[in-house]
Ligand binder design. Structure first.
Ligand SMILES: [Zn+2]
Ligand SMILES: [Zn+2]
Ligand SMILES: [Zn+2]
Length: 430
């Protein structure tokens, strides 16, 4: 675990009767302060991303070396292969060969790692109430509140794990279900620099973070390293919060997700304000229904990879909304639809159209995510790159300069994204 001396003092664990353990700031900090850097306790690259990223360091790489034994996992270098062999692949390699051509689901692989790791670490004996946890056992699990769907999921994983793990190593279902519960509500989706989830991991220290839909911190990833950073000015003793869910979603959706996965109801300022402001007919208008239907049809067309149809379906929304429209210009579904259209335009090299789409989404992004959010920073950066490519230098410069000021706070000047992309791009449009 990487832990700079100064970072270690920025937050500490406190225990309260009502919300369990949380992290509080040990001093006042301005926005953009890195509070914590942490390497994962356990992590796996998602099966569907294999071959695009190194299984060990999670770096994106076009030429990866394949494990010559299982021919499944891939690495960017020999040191990464060695590191992973020591970390978990020595055992996993045998399993993968034995069950070939089947591959365990991501979560089964993660649980297998946790099971093996727990066996190596001695049980914790000290009073750990206000210390950082050192094993998954010490995390909140809510296993007694699992929904029926989650219970079914557990059953299927139990079946897989019996084939992956030696009988004498596999815990009893009663203790495994706790581990499963803890993994569901404490795992992080590890994102690449475009904020697409590529891996799933457990970060013991960061799992102490509380939720708010209007958080004072964000978590970002640089390959497999997690960074916790302030996005607002904070006071000593304040509780450190991140959002567990996408804050662009409306309050009701966020609350459903929080209750289902994390088993609590959110009473943050943003939730209360939004619910009080809800009009009785919100979400029932004809235009809203039309938009929702289009999104469903788009998903179907995407499944069959019919990009022409997708863009056709997006068409009515690819212009600024009519002022008489009952749909707000920053409606979250509209933003999502345009985001999809943006990505497809980029993939199909319709650069002009993509730029148009992205521009329509820029203000809604600012509105939903606030001034310092990784999603806003990445959106601005993508737009800047696109406009630079289209040789619209003035616009490109504006986007990239704003991207830099956002990313400096959310990612920090030492993040690989800042070190490479932003600086190169800004200098190329000077
Ligand atoms: Zn690597
Ligand atoms: Zn192997
Ligand atoms: Zn909330």
């Amino acid at each position: 675990m990487i832990m700079a001396e100064s970072a270690m003092e920025s937050v500490r664990v406190v225990k309260s009767a009502t919300c369990g353990r949380s992290l509080v700031f040990t001093s006042k900090f301005a926005a953009g302060k890195c509070l914590l850097e942490e390497l994962p306790y356990a992590y796996v690259l998602c099966n569907k991303k294999r071959g695009l990223f190194c299984d060990f360091c999670l770096k994106q790489c076009s030429t990866l070396l394949r494990c010559s034994s299982c021919k499944y996992v891939r690495y960017c270098s020999r040191p990464c292969q060695k590191g992973d062999w020591k970390r978990c692949h020595k055992q996993d390699c045998k399993t993968l060969k034995r069950i070939h051509p089947r591959v365990p689901p991501d979560l089964a692989q993660l649980l297998a790692q946790i099971i093996r790791k727990q066996r190596q670490s001695p049980p914790c004996t000290q009073d750990d109430e206000d210390c950082f946890p050192t094993t998954v056992d010490q995390l909140e699990s809510h296993h007694e509140k699992l929904s029926d769907a989650r219970k079914d999921h557990f059953e299927s994983l139990w079946f897989v794990l019996q084939q992956c793990i030696e009988e004498d190593v596999l815990p009893q279902p009663s203790s495994l279900v706790k581990m499963f519960g803890a993994t569901i509500c404490n795992s992080f989706s590890i994102c690449d620099n475009d904020l697409n989830g590529i891996a799933v991991g457990i970060y013991l220290r960061a799992s102490m973070l509380n939720h708010s839909c209007y958080p004072n911190c964000v978590v970002v990833f640089d390959e497999r390293k997690l960074q916790l950073r302030t996005v607002r000015d904070v006071k000593e003793g304040d509780v450190c919060t991140i959002s567990y869910v996408d804050v662009i979603n409306p309050a009701k959706e966020r609350q459903t997700e929080l209750e289902e996965r994390y088993h609590f109801s959110c009473n943050c300022v943003k939730c209360i304000d939004e619910i009080n402001e809800l009009e009785p007919d919100d979400g029932l208008g004809e235009e809203f229904r039309g938009l929702k239907k289009s999104l469903e049809q788009i998903q179907d067309a995407e499944k069959s990879q019919d990009w022409t149809k997708v863009l056709e379906l997006c068409k009515p929304y690819l212009k600024p909304m009519d002022p008489s429209s009952s749909l707000q210009a920053d409606h979250h579904l509209l933003v999502k639809l345009r985001d999809r259209a943006f990505d497809i335009c980029v993939d199909t090299q319709s650069w002009e159209k993509a730029a148009q789409m992205g521009q329509l989404n820029t203000d809604p992004y600012r509105y939903h995510y606030g001034p310092y959010h990784p999603s806003l920073g990445i959106h601005l950066l993508k737009m800047g790159k696109l406009l630079l490519y289209l040789e619209r230098l003035q616009d490109a410069r504006e986007y990239l300069t704003e991207a830099e000021s956002v990313l400096e706070v959310t990612h920090g000047p030492q993040h690989s994204l800042m070190l490479t992309l932003v600086q190169e791009l800004i200098s190329s449009c000077r």
